[in-house]
Design a protein around this ligand. Sequence first.
Ligand SMILES: [Zn+2]
Length: 440
Amino acid sequence: MHTRLLLPALLAATLAAPGRADEPKGADPLESIRAEEFLAHVRWLADDAREGRLTGSAGERAATQYVADRFAEWGLQPGGDDGGWFQPFPISSRAFPADGCVCTLRGSDPTTSWAKALTCVDEFRPLGASADGEAEGRVVFAGWGETQGTWDDWRGIDAKGAIVVLLRLEAEALPPYLKVQGGGFFMRARLEQRQIKAAAAHGAAAVVFVPAPGRPDVIGRVERAKREAIPALFAKRAVLGPILATHGCDLDAWVAGAKTTKATPAALTLALSARVTAKIRVDKMAGRNVIGVLPGADPGRKREVVVIGAHADHVGWNEEANGTDQSLDIHNGADDNASGTAGLLEIAQAFATSPHRPGRTVVFASFTGEELGLLGSQHYVKHPAFPLADTVAMINLDMIGRANGRVEVGGLGEAPSLATDVEAAARRYTELFTKSGRTH
Ligand SMILES: [Zn+2]
């Protein structure tokens, strides 16, 4: 645990301008940098409840609120917009399933009244490319909906007015006679749009995608996309597969047949009808930096500003399950960058609660939008709490949780005077550190 404390302690020592003759007596400000507090911040920020702190998400809002609450608790001054802690800024909007999405399957055997309503979003979801709308009709199965060479998934199929079930077109699970370019989110989205277009061209009223047998049974999240002409849904194979199997289409058998013959398997007759409603909501999203200010104690130097920053956001949920794990995972981001945020908080606490006030003003900046392309720090540069001309240094903390006995400090070539300070503090403080025996 020694090493987790090393970097915040080094920086605190550096910024406190060690070696001044006029240092006030009193508690060592570094006493407030504690392993158990550091770990508590990381645990809270990287908890599953924060859902990986994707910018714009509820988890990111909770994490930034946590940082603001600590800043307030320790008596920093708010340096955000309108006298508050936050610097909100827009990020690209995101698509979600709107209320009222429906996917109900009904057996067409008149002697039974069997029906099943799938739940949104556990069992199905609309695609971002879906049209908003309703469709009702008989269900037909059209393989991958591909026409390539002598292969024609649409041969013998009357798709007019029908709800067409299609296998998701993925390079990893095709018969050898079908070729697609594989890989990547954008390619998958492009293939899905191609399949929807093909279905619409054959007169389909709507499309329901299902992952092919052997592929991860994951429906992922709704992504913004160019909208197609008909409703399009994604359903889980674990739910849709057994229903199809008992009504005339065994997906495993069909795909196995497709892989062992050059000819498209014969069209199937399904004893099913469906009603679907797809509706996409596009929400404007925002992220927010948190800015806390410790005014400088030296009237002659307080105009000068040092910014200490760390990004609090991470990447949220993964896009797809890996391997056989078919659940979606939270990327908790304990190291990247709950650790740097914890460092920022511990440094802020050390300065704010100690009589050793730095002469210069210190801005504590918890950035967001980093994982979306450094959006938060760019926003700060355009809207700094104090003029950039007066900002003499910026120190950024990223992934300091796995130091393993070493602290890497980058960019010192551009700041030789800071390098001298860091080296002096390292010599002074690492020794102090071991002497004080706080190695937990
Ligand atoms: Zn990072």
